[in-house]
Design a protein around this ligand. Structure first.
Ligand code: LMR
Length: 328
């Protein structure tokens, strides 16, 4: 088996519907890390693939590789710059090597819900962020939603002091490292595909993620429970390479951009519901979901919000003010 054939075999076994590309069609590879059918990003990527392959038949053919079967998020952006993959949608926490503008999305309690995130992204400041990496060869095309993050650990988490001394997996983001340090916890940056094993074997004690990721990766099976903190957000940038995008025939590029915009609008409107379904599925599967009293939640806010001042220089006080105005 060649490496490529192995990747195809793996992704087929992981439930991906790989397209059959015809001779002469331009192949567009889209690599991502979640499942393809019960997750806001996975569903959106599958819909994008279906529409491209139907509406651009004979011209372009999209292949989606879900579940980290082609690249994980630490590899995919380099692979894109090398021309080995054309589309990806890493979370906004994963762009630290390229830009610091997305750090605002990692700051704890910055956005009260996904609608606030959407409104901020739609603003002039948010839209300009899509072009923050063009000099480094990457172009953001659209923001895709996941949802709000929840905490889980091997022990119940009700008071911030419960997290003290525990090891938490975080995405590779300095803001998230600082957030966990503010709790007196030990942050461990790690690829998404490794988290389940790390929780199971005790390499880490806890993690933070959205309902759809906690369900999709079965984290709840190897944790004491999940606390509904809604303390942060996981959202995505659909990204491509400037060189590849510029090389496209303008009509082809326009059609791709239009399909992507329509898929974005349709699926972003469903992201909250997809996460709610995942939360229900966790409960039905016997997972423990804990709620905080208003006083308990305020204690988490008080413990984590001081992190804002550490990153105000990177994200801009005016942007923090704009985000807070949207929340109001
Ligand atoms: C994570 O690494 O936890 C997330 O960014 C995974 C994802 O793509 O939702």
């Amino acid at each position: 088996l060649t490496a490529a054939a192995a990747a195809v075999a793996l992704s087929v076994s992981a439930g991906a519907a790989l397209a059959q590309c015809d001779d002469g069609e331009m192949v567009i590879k889209f690599s991502h890390v979640t499942n393809s059918d019960k997750h806001p990003k996975g569903i959106a990527a599958s819909l994008l693939m279906d529409r491209v392959n139907e509406e651009m038949n004979g011209v372009a053919c999209m292949e989606v590789y879900p579940n980290s079967t082609l690249y994980n998020d630490d590899q995919v952006l380099e692979a894109m710059l090398n021309g080995d993959v054309q589309f990806a949608a890493p979370s906004l926490s994963k762009f630290e090597q390229f830009t610091k503008v997305f750090r605002i999305f990692d700051l704890p309690f910055m956005f009260k819900n996904i609608e606030a995130v959407d409104a901020f992204q739609a603003s002039e400041t948010g839209q300009a962020m899509k072009e923050s990496m063009t000099r480094r060869g990457l172009l953001g095309l659209q923001f895709w939603h996941n949802g709000m993050k929840q905490f889980s650990a091997k022990v119940p988490l009700l008071d911030p002091a419960d997290a003290k001394g525990l090891k938490f997996r975080v995405q590779t983001s300095d803001v998230l490292v600082a957030q966990m340090e503010a709790l007196g916890a030990s942050p461990q940056p790690m690829a998404f595909s490794e988290v389940y094993g790390a929780l199971q074997t005790g390499v880490v004690d806890g993690q933070e993620n959205t309902w759809s990721n906690i369900y999709g990766q079965k984290f709840f099976e190897v944790q004491d429970g999940i606390t509904e903190t809604n303390h942060g957000v996981i959202d995505y940038l659909v990204v491509t390479s400037v060189d590849w995008w510029d090389s496209l025939d303008p009509a082809v590029r326009d059609q791709l951009a239009t399909i992507l915009a329509e898929v974005t609008e349709a699926r972003n409107g469903e992201s909250f519901a997809v996460n709610e379904q995942a939360k229900q599925a966790i409960i039905e599967a016997g997972g423990e979901v804990r709620q905080l009293t208003p006083e308990q939640r305020q204690a988490w806010v008080d413990a984590m919000k001081p992190v804002w001042s550490q990153f105000e220089g990177d994200v801009g006080a005016e942007n923090i003010a704009a985000a807070q105005e949207i929340n109001a």
